[in-house]
Write a protein that binds this ligand. Structure first.
Ligand SMILES: [Zn+2]
Length: 338
């Protein structure tokens, strides 16, 4: 099996790795698409520590070529998306059905071999069949949709409520579309012109932090109450303090990002006390892949972002070498297998 393996920080090689046998509860997948994500870059640059060589790649889409004898959920020939984590299935959290809170959670591309490879063997429960009519490339954003669902649920967003989305990344734009489907009123804030232009295709209230007094605008839009809910996306680099000031008294705030990719130093948290805000953290995929697949299929959310570059598998290393700035998006490039 061919794989991009990280041997040490900044030491990525395309190598042959021994093919794994397929255990009774596992499936072998021929990868079709993967991605270079910010967490892969953090691994590459040594910001996320690891102890032994590891195949990078958090997202994986591919075709099932073999299944173990106990596998019921997928069959040979199915196109599947693999969720970015694997749960042990034996701890209390797993018994309670809270797989993403598993005590022994493995994250693909970080603590288990990921999907920048031609074949992978995974637990079949980590793979979800994709309907024929779904654009398979779009499934690389399933984790984003999953996180958006988690955020909306955590905020208990209700019809007619406002939701300020501080950051127009892919996640922010997906969140805004999901909020619309709940008949809530999304207000997207950013400073990056490219991201704002994409947001305008989907959302009515799009505010440029560099051009308008965002606080005043939100006050006007909400009839003086400020926003019942706020989602701050740290990856976009906007100030959290400002996001907190956009929340109404007793407002609900979520920070949504990926583990280990965010540092929040020197934050003034007094608005949390002054306004009695409830703050929640949302990190990565949270057991919502089936709902996320449905939302892509029925176009509740659209992820046809044409700015995501396609890179051939053999050129994967160039994405890492040429990496400069990921402020626009969590997924930097879509990797296409032969
Ligand atoms: Zn577990």
């Amino acid at each position: 099996m061919k794989a991009w393996r990280l041997n040490a920080p900044h030491s990525l090689e395309l190598t042959d790795i021994e093919s794994q046998s397929v255990a009774d509860d596992c499936a072998k997948i021929k990868l079709k698409y993967s991605a270079v994500s910010e967490s892969d870059i953090m691994m590459y640059s040594g910001k996320i520590p690891f102890t032994s060589p590891i195949v990078l790649g958090r997202q994986g889409i591919g075709m099932v070529t073999e299944v173990g004898k106990d596998v019921k959920n997928i069959s040979r020939g199915d196109m599947v998306a693999i969720r970015p984590f694997s749960a042990c299935g034996c701890c209390q959290m797993c018994f309670d059905g809270r797989m993403s809170d598993c005590d022994n959670l493995a994250v693909y591309g970080q603590s288990a071999n990921g999907f920048l490879c031609d074949f992978a063997v995974v637990k079949a429960n980590d793979a979800y069949k994709l309907p024929d009519r779904l654009d398979k490339k779009s499934a690389l954003l399933l984790e984003h949709v999953d996180m958006a669902i988690t955020a909306i649920n955590a905020l208990k967003l209700e019809r007619g409520e406002h939701i300020v989305i501080n950051g127009a990344s892919y996640l922010g734009i997906i969140l805004a579309q999901l909020a619309l489907s709940y008949q809530a009123v999304p207000i997207v804030v950013d400073i990056d012109k490219e991201r704002l232009a994409i947001a305008e295709k989907y959302v009515y209230y799009v505010l440029d932090f560099s051009e308008v007094d965002v606080r005043k605008r939100v006050m006007t839009i909400t009839g003086g109450r400020m926003s019942e809910t706020v989602v701050h996306i740290p990856q976009c680099g906007l100030p959290l303090n400002q996001a907190l000031l956009l929340a109404a008294k007793n407002g609900r705030v979520a920070l949504a990002g990926w583990e280990n990719t965010t540092e929040l130093n020197g934050i003034n948290v007094s608005p949390i006390l002054n306004r009695q805000l409830t703050v929640t953290g949302i990190n990565g995929s949270n057991n919502n892949f089936p709902s996320a697949i449905n939302m892509l299929v029925n176009k509740t959310v659209q992820v046809d972002f044409d700015k995501m570059p396609d890179v051939n598998f053999k050129d994967t290393d160039k994405v890492f070498e040429n990496y400069t700035n990921s402020k626009n998006k969590f997924i930097l490039s879509r990797i296409v297998m032969d």
